[in-house]
Each structure stands twice: as C-alpha cells, then as structure tokens.
Design a protein around this ligand. Sequence first.
Ligand code: DGT
Ligand code: CA
Ligand code: CA
Length: 364
Amino acid sequence: METRVVFHIDFDYFYAQCEETRSPELKSKPVCVCVFSDRGRDSGAIATANYTARKYGVKSGIPITFAKKRLHERSDAVFLPVDFDFYSKMSEKAMEIMKDNADIFEYVGKDEAYLDVTKRVEGDFKKAFHLAQQIKNSIRDKIKLSCSIGISPNKLISKIASNFQKPDGLTLILPNTIDVFLEPLKIRTIPGIGKKTEERFLEMKLETIQDLKKIDIFTLNKEFGRKTGAHIYNAIRGIDNDPVKEREASIQYSKISTLKDDSKDYQFLSENIQKLCNEVHRIVKKNNRMYKSVGIHFVQSDLSNKSKSRMLKSPTASIKELQKTADTLLKEALENQTITIRRVGVKVSELSEVQGQSDITSYF
Ligand code: DGT
Ligand code: CA
Ligand code: CA
C-alpha cells in the first residue's frame, strides 16, 4: 500500500474558544463553559475551560462548584452557559475550510476531523506540513479559531500527534519516526485504551508504550480477547490501516424540555412529547427538510439517560408521522419503566432537502 498522508485536526478548548471569539475581553480571564443542570444555582458540570482556567485544575466533566472553588482567587473568572447553536455554526464554517483542503474529508465531531491529503501533496510530508500551516492560518484569519494538527501516515498516529502539542500545535510524525515518537508515551495515549486497561497494565508494571512492546500477541489476546489484543498489539507499533472515509456532519434537529414534575405517566408524558414534536416540526419546515429517523430521549430522575429511535421507510416531513412514531416510541420506552422521568426530548435525523413541488404536499 502506498504511504498515505493523513491529518487529524482538533480545535483548542473548543466551546470556550468560541466564546472568546465573540467576546475578546474574555481572552485574559479564566473562562469556564458550563452545562447548568435544571436544579438551579451551580449544579451541573464543566463542558470545557480555556487554558488559563486549566492552570487552576479546571477541566471537562468536573462539577461547577469544584471549578468555582479552584478559581476562588480569580475574581475575574467567567462561568458561561453552553450555547450549542453558536458552536455548531462556528464548527460548520471551519469544516468548510477543511473540506476545501482535503481529498477525503471525514467528520468526527463538532471540533475534529480527519483529512486525507495524499494526492494533493503527492505523498510529500514537507508539502503536507505547509498545507497544514495554511489551513491553520486560514481558520485563524477567517474564523478566529486556533486548532492543533497532527500529520502522519495514518489516523491513529495523527490523532495522537494533534494532541501532542496543544494549543495551536502542529506535529509531523514521519513514517520512520513513529517508533521513536510512540515509545516514551504513556499506554493511555493510545485511543481506545481506557483507565481500566491502563490499570491492568500498571499492575503488570507496564507504563509506557515501550514497556508494552515486550508483551507478545498471545499474552495480549489471552488478557483482552483477540479483537482488543490485536488492536493494542498493532496500535503500539503505529500500525493502523483504517482509511479516511468521506463523512459529513449528520445534522439533526431536536428539542428537549424539563417536565413540571418528575413522572412516568403515559398521558402526561405524551402531551409533552406531542408539544415537542410540534416544535421540532416547525424547525424542520423552516429548513425545508425531510427526515428519515425519529427518536425520543428521557433524562430520568437519577439523571441517567434513555433513548429510542426508529428509521422510517422513506423520508418524510409529515407532522402526523412524527407524532405517531414518537408516540409508539414512548409506549415502547415506558414498558418496564420503574424510575420517573425528569426531562423528555424529541429529535429527527437522517435529513434530506425537500426537492420539487411534489414533496411539499407531505408537509401539511
Ligand atoms: P482541547 O484539549 O484543547 O482539545 O480542549 P477541548 O475543550 O476542545 O476538548 P475536546 O476536544 O476533548 O472536546 C471538544 C468539546 O467537547 C469541548 O470544547 C466541550 C465538549 N466536551 C468535552 N468533554 C466534555 C464533557 O465531559 N462534558 C461536556 N458537557 N462537554 C464536553
Ligand atoms: Ca478540542
Ligand atoms: Ca476533540
């Protein structure tokens, strides 16, 4: 197989950086973007924080109250609620620039993507480095966002490389330097190796990728099963043949609301779900779209989540079909429901554009 040239691009402190772009005075302050739960006051978690706040130990996932304690000496610290719509718009603009610079573009999430650029740089890593610099400049000039890029012959190494020098990083790993790059890194750096796996290795006194290379494939298979065993064996040697696959952001429209009271009563939930269906339908109509998938979502009283979705036979924009499908899903979801529900949501996805007059009729 010919040597590929693959980029992994990841925005730095994404939600917080988006906030900085529209309020530049935030740049000098610690900024935390918060998912406030509907219990009011400071209950909820940090989605992300800028690098100034991170110096104080603030990071994704910690309770807002912890973050406030850690930042108590910074009276200028700012705690903002998440604004997903705004981040999505920023993301879309940046992704357009990436797409224009890729032979193959694979959307991973709002703040990251893989680009296969082999053809346009003619397999030349020096040209690739320049292209990556141009992409970074272009995203900075046009959208005011900084990102980090990893360049290597495959997705795995590029993903590790983009995270290697953050923020505003650009890390090139040539095919013959993969081993030197990987060996000193912690085992946990390999995507897919979580805390539990890391702990098992630590018990075996294995800390770095270099340590782990001493373990043969048979032992790995025995410990983790053949699939995971083989993945680990290849990954630590920098082997990854997974192609960059053309993939766009799958947009979906959804609405979620908090119930007046926690409940698992069908009638009560159904009324709320129907209201949400009307709201979602309004958005679908406004955007001139049809959808092929309908889903409902519960946030239960213990804050755990439950969702169900269904693929329709053909795309539609009919409110009746949305209501009917959501109702079926609700009935199914309520079978064996023991715990009460706190929030309900409705979403449609697998969207397509309404084309031509004939389809418009299905709107009403
Ligand atoms: P970095 O390390 O400079 O790439 O920082 P981020 O914030 O871009 O981190 P990343 O790439 O892992 O995540 C991208 C966005 O996803 C981040 O800005 C907010 C969101 N996110 C990440 N982790 C969490 C989390 O634990 N909870 C919530 N609600 N959102 C999260
Ligand atoms: Ca990021
Ligand atoms: Ca990311």
